[in-house]
Design a protein around this ligand. Structure first.
Ligand code: PEP
Ligand code: MN
Length: 363
């Protein structure tokens, strides 16, 4: 098959010894037997899919949203496996889910971003899976907390699970940026350093929350050396019962994967897209900087009140010396130049002092 050939030629071998990127694809949710089989048939025909995914139980933010079709959909997944030969997997959010998935012979379970933050639950699921050869994919938690992610993976390792993947699906951020979940690319890289034997695959669908952004994120992940991709695919994305904005049609998925595999790991997926994404990250960091400055100045005016009530001088040279030494040393570790940081903090200090000297009503 054309794509399978491309996959071989791409030579995307990674440190974990995989022959190429691991591709997980399928709908966000299993909705009907027909929807599942149609998607799976189209995906099997591409020849590039390693695991077919479909959520049977859906963790939803609000009660009353579509919460998945539940246990009956496990049989639909069994049928998909029988008909297409694809390995199949779903999300386990409880021991009961994991038990039922095992009983139905599923090949893979993923632990969702909400479940992974609960060590009791992760341990219970890991204990249940002991002695099985099921593949476990552990998504990053909603919070940008690598310790929690690593801890969950270690629980499965200690339970003797041999095939474990980490999935990078982005992290919650206080506002919705260009992305539904901010990628913070340095965090999966940090995880990779801590657990070099665990392949990390990226889930651009949940990072993006928007199908238009999926290709550039997938491209970026491949260029950064991720071991694979998890991508949501639906035969009629606009009608999907969950995550309708971010799912790709099977055709769009196939085009994307062919392009990625055709480029190999050193390919360049369009400077324009890369620039767009890098700028989106810069925008987020600018937002963080402005947020930090705003709150720093608010604290400075509160401090002014305390000083005034205690007849203290506004300028406290000792304290300022301490602040400068601390930030310069921190900034040095991050590779910033002393002169830049001193100048920047000098400006911040001046602004802070002049705010403190304003009459109370003008601060
Ligand atoms: C999903 O994969 O459909 C899902 C719910 O993922 P996450 O846990 O990353 O939100
Ligand atoms: Mn989803």
């Amino acid at each position: 098959m054309e794509s399978r050939e491309l996959r071989k030629q791409a030579g995307l071998a990674n440190k974990s010894g995989h022959a190429g990127p691991v591709i997980v694809a399928g709908p966000c949710s299993a909705e009907t037997p027909q929807q599942l089989m149609d998607t799976a048939t189209a995906l099997a025909a591409t020849g590039v899919v390693d695991y077919f995914r479909a959520g049977v139980w859906k963790p939803r933010t609000s009660p009353g949203s579509f919460e998945g079709m539940g246990s009956p959909a496990l049989r639909w997944l069994q049928d998909v496996k029988k008909e297409t030969g694809l390995a199949v997997g779903t999300e386990a959010g409880s021991v009961q889910h994991a038990q039922e998935a095992l009983m139905h012979g599923l090949d893979m379970l993923w632990i969702g971003a909400r479940t992974v933050s609960n060590p009791f639950l992760v341990q219970e699921i890991a204990d249940l899976l002991k002695g099985t050869d099921i593949v476990v994919m552990v998504k990053n938690p909603m919070a940008p907390d690598v310790d929690l992610w690593e801890g969950s993976i270690r629980r499965f390792q200690q339970a003797g699970i041999r095939n474990i993947y980490a999935i990078h699906r982005g992290f919650s951020y206080w506002t919705r940026s260009l992305f539904r979940n901010h990628p913070w690319w340095h965090l999966p890289m940090e995880l990779k350093q801590r657990l070099p034997d665990v392949p990390v695959i990226s889930d651009p669908s949940h990072i993006a929350g928007d199908r238009k952004l999926v290709p550039m994120l997938a491209q970026r992940a491949m260029e950064m050396g991720f071991s694979g991709l998890m991508i949501e695919v639906h035969p009629n994305p606009d009608k999907a019962m969950s995550d309708s904005l971010q799912q790709l049609t099977p055709k769009a998925f196939h085009c994307l994967i062919k392009r990625i595999l055709g480029q190999g790991i050193n390919g360049h997926g369009g400077t324009k897209n890369m620039l767009k994404e890098l700028r989106a990250e810069v925008d987020i960091l600018d937002e963080v900087l402005v947020w930090a400055l705003t709150n720093r100045m608010k604290l400075a005016t509160e401090i002014a009140g305390v000083k005034a009530r205690n007849n203290m001088e506004v300028l406290q040279p000792e304290r300022w010396k301490e602040v400068i030494e601390k930030v310069v040393s921190m900034a040095k570790k991050g590779g910033l130049r002393d002169t830049f940081v001193e100048k920047l903090f000098d400006d911040i200090h001046h602004e802070s002092l002049s705010l403190q000297q304003l009459p109370v009503q003008d601060r």
